[in-house]
Design a protein around this ligand. Structure first.
Ligand SMILES: Nc1ncnc2c1ncn2[C@@H]1O[C@H](COP(=O)(O)OP(=O)(O)OP(=O)(O)O)[C@@H](O)[C@H]1O
Length: 701
C-alpha cells in the first residue's frame, strides 16, 4: 500500500486551484498521462523547466542591450493616447531614468487601467524585452509593471516550461506553484555519506529548487537538485529491476543436466563449426542452468552473429534433462522463421518442434496445446500467444525471449505471473551501449557474441542519390542474371501518399516493368500466410528480388541474399539501417548494400549515412545512434513498458546510474523485503517514481 504521507502528491491534479476541466485535459496531454484519473500532482511536479527568464539585469535605459529582458526603474513623464481611440495606433507611455528615455507601447491599451498603473510623475519598475529603433528604446507590453517601492515583489528569475497549445506559461506556473507546497517532508533514503559527498539536497528541497531556479546554472543537468532527482530516478529503476530479479531468482530454477546426447547430434550435422564467442556463450548458459538458481541472462550479439544457435544449444540441454523449452519472438513472421531454421538444425536430433502464434486456430491449435500439455512437444516457438492462459506446459524449463528492440520486464513478469519459473535467456539484436543495458535490464548477466562466423566478407556499402535509381536497376538486372538474390526496401506503405514516398506496391510494379516477372513483394498489410509464402519463394529462389517494407528488418535470414537496396535511406534511423543491412552478408559470398537517398541531406541524415559507410560494427553504430538521437528514442519510448526517464539523462548522469546500480544491489541484498527503516523510506521512493510494481512481490507489499 502506498504510504499515506504521499497522499497529497497522488491526489488528482483536478483538485488543484485553477484546474478546471479544460485545463485538466491540457495537463493530461502535457504530462503524457493516459487519463485524468491517472494524472496526479506528482506528475505535475516532475514537469521540469528547461530554461529561465532572468530579470535581474538592471542596466539603466541607455545601456539596455537590444532584445534583452531587463528590469528598469524610471519616472513616468506623460501618456500619449491614440487620437480618436483608433485601435491600430498604439497607446504610448513615456518614461525616463538618469541614463535615458523609454517608451512603453500598448496595443489595445485601456486608458483608465494604464493611468492607474503608470500615473504621471510616479516612479515605477517595469520588466520586459527592450527594442531599439532609430536610437529610441521601447518596450512592448511589459511583462510586469509595479510601483518602484514594490519592486521586490517582482519575480526576478522565472522558470520556462515545455507547454502545450492552449496552456499559457502563467497558468501553468500558477498551478505548479499551487502543487509545490504539497510536497511533504519525506524520510531520507539516500545514504548520508553520499548526499554529503555529492552535495545533494533533500528530495523536497530538490523539487523546490527544480521549480524555483535562481540562476541559469540551476537549469543545468548537473545542478545539485537535478542530480539528486536523477540519482533517485535511477535508484528507483534499478531497485525495481533488482526486486523483480530477486523474485525471479528466488523461485529456484530446475537444474539442467546436459548430457550432450542431443546437442552433439546437432553440432555434428552443422555444415560449419561454432565461433569462439558462440562456444563461450553456450558454456555460460549451461553453467547458469546447471546451478540451483534460475538463469537470467541477456544474450547480446550483433546482426548475423549467430544467436539462434546459442539458443538452440540451450534448448537442447533442457530437453536432454527431460524439460521443454519455448522461444518467443516479437512477430509472427519471425516466429515462423525461427521455426524453420531451428527445425532444419534440429532435424538430425529428431526433436518435436511446434509453432504457436495468434494465427494458430481450431483443430490444429487444440492438437498443439495437447502436445504441449502432455510433454510430447519439446520445443515450442511462437509469439506472446505462448503465455496465454490456455497454454499449460508439462515441464517448462527454459524460455528464450527474442526481444529484438523491445525492452521491458513485462514479458518476464507475465511468465512469473503464470506461476512458471523457467530459466530465462533474453536475446537482443542491437548491441546496446552498456548504460542502456543497465537502465533497461538492470543487472542481468550478459553474454556477448563479439565474433562473426568465419568466412564472412565485409559488406560494401555505397550511397547513391535517388536520381540514379535507373542505374541501380540496371546493375540489379545483371546481378540477378548472374544468379544473385537481392532485397529492395521501401520505407512505408500506408502513408505513402501523405509522405510522398514510393509505396512498395508501386516499386514492385515498376521493377517488374523494368526487369520482368519473378519479383516478390512483402509488406505489413499482407496476411500472415501471404507473408510466409513470399518469404518462402525468396528463400528457395522462385523469386530473386524481394521488394519489402521494414518487415524484413529484424531477424530474417536468407543467407544467399547478397544485395540490399534501401530506398529513401535518409528516412531510416541508424539502428534500423544497421538491422536492414544485416539481412545480407550472412553467408560466405561478398555482399553489397546500396543506400538510395533523396537529397539535400540534413546534418543528421548526412552523419547517419557516413557512419553506415564507415563501419559495420554494431556497437559503434549503437553509440553513434545514441549521440544522434538521444536515449529516449533508442529505448523506444513509443513502446509501453519501457523505462522512460523524467529527469535523469543517460548522457548527463551516467556516473549516477553506476552509483545507483551498486546502491540498489546493496540495499536489496541487505534488506530484501524492504522492512528496515531505510527500507520503508525506499518504498516511498518507489511509489514516488511510479516504480512500485516490484513492491507487490514483497511479503509485506
Ligand atoms: N558458427 C557459424 N558459422 C557459420 N555460419 C553460422 C554460424 N552460426 C550461425 N551461422 C549462420 O549465420 C546466420 C545468422 O545466424 P542467426 O540467424 O543466428 O543470427 P542472429 O544473431 O540471430 O542475427 P540477427 O539478429 O541478424 O537475426 C544464419 O544463417 C546461421 O545459420
Amino acid at each position: 500500500m502506498r504510504p499515506a504521507i504521499l497522499d497529497p502528491l497522488f491526489s488528482p491534479i483536478s483538485g488543484l486551484p485553477g484546474v478546471g476541466p479544460k485545463i485538466a485535459d491540457l495537463l493530461v496531454k502535457l504530462l503524457g498521462r493516459e487519463t485524468l484519473e491517472d494524472c496526479r500532482v506528482i506528475d505535475l511536479l516532475f514537469h521540469a523547466p528547461f530554461s529561465l527568464i532572468d530579470r535581474r539585469n538592471q542596466p539603466g535605459i541607455a545601456r539596455a542591450p537590444q532584445g534583452a529582458i531587463v528590469t528598469i526603474t524610471a519616472r513616468v513623464d506623460r501618456h500619449q493616447v491614440p487620437p480618436g481611440g483608433k485601435s491600430n495606433i498604439p497607446y504610448r507611455v513615456f518614461l525616463h531614468d538618469e541614463t535615458g528615455e523609454l517608451t512603453l507601447v500598448f496595443f489595445r491599451g485601456q486608458a483608465a487601467w494604464l493611468e492607474k498603473q503608470l500615473p504621471v510623475d510616479a516612479e515605477v519598475t517595469v520588466s520586459g524585452k527592450i527594442d531599439w529603433f532609430n536610437g529610441r528604446a521601447s518596450m512592448v507590453h511589459p511583462d510586469y509593471i509595479v510601483r518602484a517601492d514594490e519592486a521586490e515583489s517582482l519575480p526576478l528569475v522565472e522558470p520556462i516550461y515545455p507547454l502545450t497549445a492552449g496552456l499559457s506559461p502563467k497558468t501553468l506556473r500558477k498551478i505548479i506553484d499551487a502543487g509545490l507546497p504539497r510536497f511533504p517532508e519525506l524520510p531520507e533514503w539516500i545514504d548520508l555519506a553520499l548526499t554529503e559527498k555529492q552535495g545533494l539536497p533533500s528530495i523536497r528541497d530538490s523539487f523546490h529548487m527544480l521549480h524555483e531556479p535562481r540562476d541559469p546554472s540551476d537549469i543545468d543537468p548537473q545542478a545539485p537538485a537535478r542530480r539528486r532527482l536523477a540519482y533517485d530516478e535511477f535508484l528507483a529503476g534499478q531497485l525495481s529491476l533488482s526486486l523483480v530479479r530477486q523474485r525471479l531468482r528466488k523461485v529456484a530454477g530446475q537444474p539442467v543436466t546436459a548430457t550432450g546426447a542431443i546437442s552433439g547430434k546437432i553440432l555434428k550435422s552443422l555444415p560449419f563449426s561454432l565461433t569462439g564467442s558462440q562456444n563461450e556463450a553456450i558454456a555460460e548458459v549451461l553453467e547458469d542452468m546447471a546451478g540451483n538458481e534460475r538463469m537470467l541472462r541477456l544474450l547480446q550479439g550483433d546482426v548475423g552473429s549467430g544467436k539462434t544457435l546459442v539458443a538452440l544449444m540451450a534448448m537442447a540441454a533442457v530437453i536432454e534433462s527431460g524439460g521443454q523449452a519455448v522461444l518467443m519472438a516479437p512477430t509472427e513472421i519471425l516466429a515462423r522463421q525461427h521455426h524453420a531454421t531451428i527445425s532444419k538444425f534440429a532435424a538430425a536430433a529428431g526433436l518435436s518442434i511446434e509453432v504457436l502464434t495468434g494465427r494458430t486456430k481450431g483443430r490444429e491449435r487444440e492438437e498443439i496445446l495437447e502436445r504441449i500439455t502432455s510433454g510430447a512437444a519439446q520445443i515450442i516457438i511462437g509469439t506472446h500467444a505462448l503465455f496465454q492462459d490456455s497454454v499449460a506446459y508439462a515441464n517448462l524449463m527454459l524460455a528464450v525471449v527474442d526481444e529484438q528492440h523491445r525492452f521491458g520486464v513485462h514479458q518476464r513478469l507475465r511468465l512469473t505471473a503464470k506461476g512458471l519459473s523457467p530459466h530465462m535467456l533474453v536475446m537482443t539484436a542491437t548491441p546496446i551501449p552498456r548504460t542502456l543495458v543497465l537502465a533497461a535490464f538492470g543487472d542481468m548477466d550478459v553474454s556477448k557474441l563479439t565474433e562473426k562466423p568465419a568466412g564472412r566478407k565485409p559488406i560494401q556499402t555505397i550511397t547513391v542519390p535517388m536520381e540514379r535509381t535507373g542505374e541501380i536497376v540496371g546493375r540489379l538486372q545483371s546481378a540477378i542474371a548472374e544468379g544473385k538474390k537481392a532485397y529492395w526496401i521501401c520505407p512505408l506503405v500506408e502513408e505513402s501518399e501523405e509522405l510522398d514516398l514510393m509505396s512498395a506496391e508501386e516499386r514492385h510494379a515498376t521493377l517488374i516493368a523494368a526487369l520482368g516477372p519473378g519479383i516478390g513483394l512483402i509488406h505489413g498489410r499482407m496476411s500472415g500466410p501471404e507473408k510466409d509464402a513470399a518469404m518462402m519463394a525468396f528463400k528457395n529462389g522462385e523469386t530473386r528480388l524481394l521488394v519489402a517494407t521494414t518487415v524484413v528488418e529484424v531477424g530474417v535470414d536468407v543467407p544467399d541474399a547478397t544485395i540490399m537496396v534501401i530506398e529513401h535511406a535518409e528516412r531510416f534511423g541508424l539502428a534500423q539501417l544497421h538491422q536492414l543491412r544485416g539481412r545480407v552478408g550472412r553467408g560466405d559470398e561478398a555482399s553489397t548494400c546500396i543506400l538510395l537517398y533523396k537529397g539535400p541531406l540534413g546534418e543528421t541524415g548526412h552523419a547517419r549515412l557516413s557512419i553506415m559507410r564507415e563501419t559495420e560494427d554494431g556497437f559503434r553504430i549503437a553509440e553513434e545512434d545514441l549521440k544522434l538521437r538521444g536515449e529516449g528514442e533508442l529505448l523506444g519510448t513509443r513502446q509501453s513498458g519501457t523505462p522512460g526517464f523524467r529527469i535523469a539523462s543517460l548522457e548527463a548522469h551516467a556516473d549516477l546510474l553506476e552509483i545507483a546500480r551498486k546502491d540498489a544491489a546493496y540495499l536489496v541484498e541487505r534488506d530484501p523485503e524492504l522492512t528496515t527503516e531505510r527500507g520503508t523510506a525506499i518504498r516511498t521512493l518507489l511509489y514516488l517514481f511510479r516504480r512500485d510494481e516490484a513492491i507487490r512481490f514483497l511479503r509485506a507489499g
